[in-house]
Write a protein that binds this ligand. Structure first.
Ligand code: NI
Length: 180
């Protein structure tokens, strides 16, 4: 089942996620529905908040770009299987800093420069209910930091510089109005 992706101004995006107690059939179904929703919207990541749910889950799939491999060459962790479904994720370490031109399915038509860690250590529960640890770099680290923010109710607008906010002021206002 495909969800509608909520956009900036919808209060659900500001809620904090709740810990998933058991990885049961309902959680697995939610994860699959989130993947379906993300792929349909041509996104590379989606958090439960963005579809109006409050479980601590996000999904990420960084696929090669249709015109080549502009995504793949940004990281070399070939052992990391995509899509990544992270339940109860926790970022244990962040190091370095990179500025990324970032978009978000909840901010259609907006891309903004956002500072993210260069690498992260992510702990999460997988769909089998097993706790996993991954060290991630580059675009994957950026994506995970972005999705993890969603689970705390934090959005790219909170990470924009004052200049970026001014630049995107009218688009942000428009989104806000659509959600009134
Ligand atoms: Ni997002």
């Amino acid at each position: 089942m495909k969800y509608e992706v909520l956009t900036y101004g919808n209060g659900a995006l500001r809620t904090k996620s709740k810990t998933v107690e058991v990885v049961d059939e309902d959680i697995k179904a939610l994860a699959l529905d989130m993947l379906e929703t993300m792929y349909a919207a041509a996104g590379v990541g989606l958090a439960a908040e963005q579809v109006g749910r409050d479980e601590a889950i996000f999904v990420v799939d960084i696929l090669p770009a249709p015109d080549g491999h502009q995504y793949r060459e940004r990281f070399t962790e070939d052992e990391i299987k995509m899509p990544l479904v992270a339940i109860n994720p926790e970022i244990k370490e962040r190091s370095g800093e990179c500025i990324y031109k970032e978009g978000c399915l909840s901010f259609p038509g907006i891309t903004a420069n956002v500072t993210r860690p260069e690498s992260v250590v992510l702990e999460y529960t997988d769909l089998e209910g097993k706790r996993q640890t991954l060290q991630l770099q580059g675009l994957l680290a950026e994506a995970i930091d972005h999705e993890n923010d969603h689970l705390d109710g934090v959005l790219i607008v909170d990470r924009m510089s004052a200049v970026q906010k001014v630049m995107h002021k009218s688009k942000l206002k428009k989104l806000m109005r659509m959600n009134k």
